[in-house]
Design a protein around this ligand. Structure first.
Ligand SMILES: C[S@@+](CC[C@H](N)C(=O)[O-])C[C@H]1O[C@@H](n2cnc3c(N)ncnc32)[C@H](O)[C@@H]1O
Length: 490
């Protein structure tokens, strides 16, 4: 990696194009943002400073802060000699050590904090040996922060936004930042929990591929603070800067709802799924445990061919097979236990070839990094129990951006297993499986599920969402019956 690209990663350096910064300011003007002062905490080469100077003539002061002195030099050259930019002041500063509270206290009136904070996560930083991070103690001292952002990883922009919001408590201010959509949602959830004085908030979709050349779901997050108003947890999501109508998003009954209007129509289905959604088999050793049947024998991921007894082999559909409606491709998975923690030595007697195969690959299986494998009998798998051996299934892949449930019958009399990207319900009877599928595909269930799913997330479909739909409340009406008759099996 060149030192230039390392620096770009460490500082999350994706400069906003001038036309996008202008379009953002025009949108802010349209919703009545009219600041007395503007602050850009990580101003880069100044796109937002220039756009704010053009859009907010009433702002007496426009202050830009940036860690990189070369960027500040560039801004100086850009504003030099232009009267419209004379209100712009620049200062070199590290966001993490600057005293934002003292700075905000010096500014009278209503102000706007605008910008595009660094696009990098703390783990992205450590991967390149970067140190552009908040003080550890400071980060951990943020009570409740871990719960919101997940201890393992957080976005620098998330930390910065939460910090700014904290420093702005008690002030009349607007915050408008370009961030990852997932960051915007976390910040708003945390702000609601903290009862920050946000009286209006909205997200506007930004085409990050077009403007920044990166495939990230990004948005403009706007939060309007007013200490005198009642905090508002709900917010609106607009598809793009030109959109006039958006979807209302908020938190209801412990869930984040992506579309409140749709949710309110079908929230009667919210409850507990009559059957529990489960994840496919977790073995963390696909090259050993997943095999393809060939005329010569079973071929594993190393290209080795072997013969194994049927006893522990089950047909396998991968997440991509489930999502793409693919037929079974003669793939199998070794399921070494019927229940979690069950002893595995019995395989030696029941299926000596399988035992010999597992022994031959013991090094690889013993090296599985997850500690759950170390704490359980050798060659263990997870995602098993009586449910995993019921013949009929309804399955959906958590990673794919579509709500597509598939009915999966047994293959050659054996239940089909999935990898752990798939969620499924299992049934003893075909009739029950078909009826349940019809309920899940009904208009109300589809509407409720769609209102709870955020499609921009990495794994949009989650067991928490699936398990919250009580399909037993769906009336068996004519439409459901028709759907049952039309169902196609794989
Ligand atoms: C995503 S870029 C955006 C720049 C500018 N806000 C814009 O909209 O074009 C992030 C900027 O944050 C700056 N930056 C990164 N870490 C910083 C820190 N700790 N303190 C201040 N600025 C920082 C980078 O140098 C970079 O210019």
């Amino acid at each position: 990696m060149t030192s230039e690209s390392k620096q770009r990663i460490e500082y999350g350096d994706f400069q906003t194009p001038d036309d996008l910064a202008r379009a953002v300011c025009v949108r802010l003007q349209a919703v009545g943002v009219c600041p007395d002062a503007v602050i850009e905490p990580t101003c880069g080469v100044g796109a937002f400073l220039l756009a704010a100077a053009e859009s907010f003539p009433e702002a007496r002061q426009i202050a830009g802060f940036e860690i990189n002195p070369d960027y500040l030099e560039t801004v100086r050259r850009r504003i030099d000699g232009c009267p419209i930019y004379h209100r712009i002041q620049l200062r070199q500063a590290n966001f993490f050590t600057a005293d934002w509270k003292a700075l905000f206290d010096q500014i009278p009136g209503r102000f706007l904090v605008i910008g595009n904070p660094p696009w990098v996560t703390n783990s992205g930083q450590s991967a390149i040996g970067g140190s552009n991070l908040p003080e550890k103690s400071n980060f951990l001292g943020h009570s409740g922060f871990d719960a919101i952002s997940g201890k393992a990883n957080f976005d620098i922009s998330e930390w910065m936004l939460l910090d700014i919001l904290r420093q702005l408590q008690g002030r009349d201010a607007d915050v408008a930042m370009l961030v990852k959509t997932s960051v915007a949602r976390k910040v708003l959830a945390y702000a609601e929990q903290r009862r920050d004085a946000i009286h209006d908030a909205f997200l506007v979709g930004i085409d990050a591929k077009k403007h920044f050349g990166v495939a990230v779901d990004a948005c403009l997050l706007v939060m309007r603070l007013d200490p005198a108003a009642k905090p508002q947890g709900d917010y609106t999501v607009y598809a793009d800067l030109g959109a006039k109508f958006g979807k209302r998003v908020g938190h209801r009954q412990g869930m984040t709802v992506a579309d409140l209007d749709a949710f309110e129509h079908c929230s009667f289905l919210l409850g507990s799924s009559p059957k529990k959604w489960r994840s496919g088999v977790k073995h963390d050793a696909s090259q050993v445990m997943e095999l393809t049947r060939t005329p010569a024998g079973y071929e594993n991921g190393f290209g080795e061919i072997t013969w194994l007894e049927d006893a522990y082999l089950y047909p396998l559909l991968k997440g991509s097979d489930v999502a793409n409606g693919k037929e079974w491709r003669n793939k199998f998975v070794l399921v070494t236990q019927r229940n979690v923690g069950e002893p595995t030595e019995i395989i030696q007697r029941r299926a000596p070839l399988t035992w010999a195969y597992l022994q031959a690959h013991a090094d690889r299986l013993d090296a599985r990094s997850s500690t759950i494998f170390a704490k359980n009998p050798r060659f263990s798998v997870f995602g098993v129990g009586d449910y995993a051996f019921c013949p009929w299934r309804i399955a959906i892949c958590g990673f794919y951006k579509m709500l597509h449930f598939r009915l999966i019958p047994p293959i050659n009399g054996r239940p089909v297993m999935f990898d752990d990207t798939v969620y499924y319900l299992s049934f003893d009877s075909e009739t029950e499986a078909i009826e349940t599928l019809a309920y899940l595909q009904s208009e109300s269930a589809t509407k409720l599920l769609s209102s709870l799913i955020f499609w921009d997330e990495k794994r949009p479909i989650k067991t928490g969402i699936l398990n919250a739909v009580d399909w037993s409340k769906i009336a068996q009406n004519a439409t459901t019956r028709k759907t049952i008759e039309q169902l196609e099996l794989i």
